[in-house]
Ligand binder design. Structure first.
Ligand SMILES: NC(=O)c1ccc[n+]([C@@H]2O[C@H](COP(=O)([O-])OP(=O)(O)OC[C@H]3O[C@@H](n4cnc5c(N)ncnc54)[C@H](O)[C@@H]3O)[C@@H](O)[C@H]2O)c1
Length: 334
């Protein structure tokens, strides 16, 4: 039985709790939150003992795995602390908020002992797996380009009710690092290593409320294949994420759970991967599969698909987008 603990008992932790609860061979033994009532309520819902800090939890308990569901700036120090105590880490995105933090994470886990998994759960959803298979099997020839759109709604209370959001020091950015990082990661999974990017960021609707971007656009060069990326949290609703690949002989796209193939000159083919999300619909249905696979790899010793090396290119691209937007010039990605 894997003994599991969770730190940060807010929104997304509820989905982790449900997943842990549903998985055989895993037991939630403890949780921690700065707000003691939140940890208490979490323990009552999912089991285990409640603590008001990660340090107190790790003093008293010996979990096998720690899930990190805290604000962005705490992911790396908490992962490093758990690792020093011999605990495997399953961490919510983003893996880090600066290049220095990412390097710190790599150094912390460089010994190869102890596992680190990053929660890019959309890599596990049926629609994306279908899109990836279609890209790999070459039915439509070479990929020529791609486009991705994330148009969601986040108003002032979303930021003011959870104080870490909207601040550069604690969130590290906005619509890119928080909401659309998943879609950027999927683009990288489909197109490989990006070589250059030119981008801009703006705060279009929450001036004076947040210091991070609510809108980002980027033109990304994947070694000759151009991808267009647009994400905003200034829309009127959380619309379905669109990710589309243009091939020599057709176009294939996913929009939410729906995959559409449009062969050049042929009839469209529709496939609906009707998977239910445990939490908010726009978080997608992948959390439980991602967590189950991490546990399987911890038990078996096999490599986990979402390890730190697997997110390096996405992280590098994300930082490149921010750098390009700040410096107002294209950035080469080494
Ligand atoms: N994978 C996804 O689709 C997805 C979806 C939502 C959120 N997330 C990520 O999950 C993380 C949390 O987001 P959220 O929306 O649940 O935030 P939230 O504000 O709802 O929850 C964060 C919790 O962490 C607690 N906390 C803060 N500092 C702490 C500390 N030092 N020690 C212990 N607890 C502390 C807060 O009290 C709060 O309960 C973020 O990294 C976010 O990007 C991922």
């Amino acid at each position: 039985m894997l003994k599991v603990a969770v730190v940060g008992c807010g929104g997304v932790a509820q989905v982790h709790g449900q997943s842990i609860h549903a998985l055989e061979g895993a037991e939630l033994i403890a949780c921690a939150d700065l707000v003691p009532e939140r940890a208490q309520a979490y323990a009552e819902r999912f089991g285990g003992r409640a603590y008001s800090s990660l340090e107190a939890l790790l003093e008293a308990e010996r979990p096998d795995v720690l899930h990190i569901c805290t604000p962005h700036h705490l992911h790396v120090p908490m992962a490093a602390l758990a690792h020093r105590r011999g605990v495997h880490v399953f961490m919510e995105k983003p893996p880090a908020i600066t290049r220095a933090q990412f390097a710190e994470l790599e150094a912390a886990f460089s010994s190869g002992e102890g596992r680190l998994g990053i929660c890019f759960q959309n890599r596990f959803i049926g629609a994306f797996l279908r899109l990836k298979k279609l890209a790999e099997e070459g039915r439509y020839g070479r990929v020529l380009g791609a486009r991705a759109f994330v148009t969601w709604k986040r108003e002032a209370p979303y930021y003011t009710q959870s104080g870490w959001r909207g601040s550069l020091a604690t969130e590290g950015g906005g619509a890119l690092i928080n909401q659309s990082i998943h879609t950027l990661d999927l683009l990288v999974r489909l197109l490989g290593k990006p070589s250059a990017v030119e981008a801009s960021c703006a705060n279009r609707h929450l001036q004076g409320v947040i210091e991070v971007e609510d809108t980002v656009e980027a033109t990304i060069d994947f070694g000759g294949k151009r991808a267009l990326f647009y994400a905003t949290t200034a829309y009127c609703e959380d619309s379905l994420v669109l990710l589309e690949l243009s091939f020599e002989k057709g176009v294939v796209r996913m929009e939410g759970n729906l995959v559409t193939q449009r062969p050049a000159g042929g009839a469209a083919i529709y496939e609906d991967f009707d998977e239910a999300a445990l939490g908010k619909a726009y978080w997608g249905p992948g959390h439980q599969a991602c967590i189950a696979e991490f546990y399987r790899c911890v038990r078996s010793g096999e490599p986990f698909m979402n390890d730190l090396s697997s997110v390096r290119e996405s992280f590098n691209l994300m930082m490149g987008i921010y750098e390009s937007a700040r410096e107002k010039k294209p950035v080469l990605l080494s």
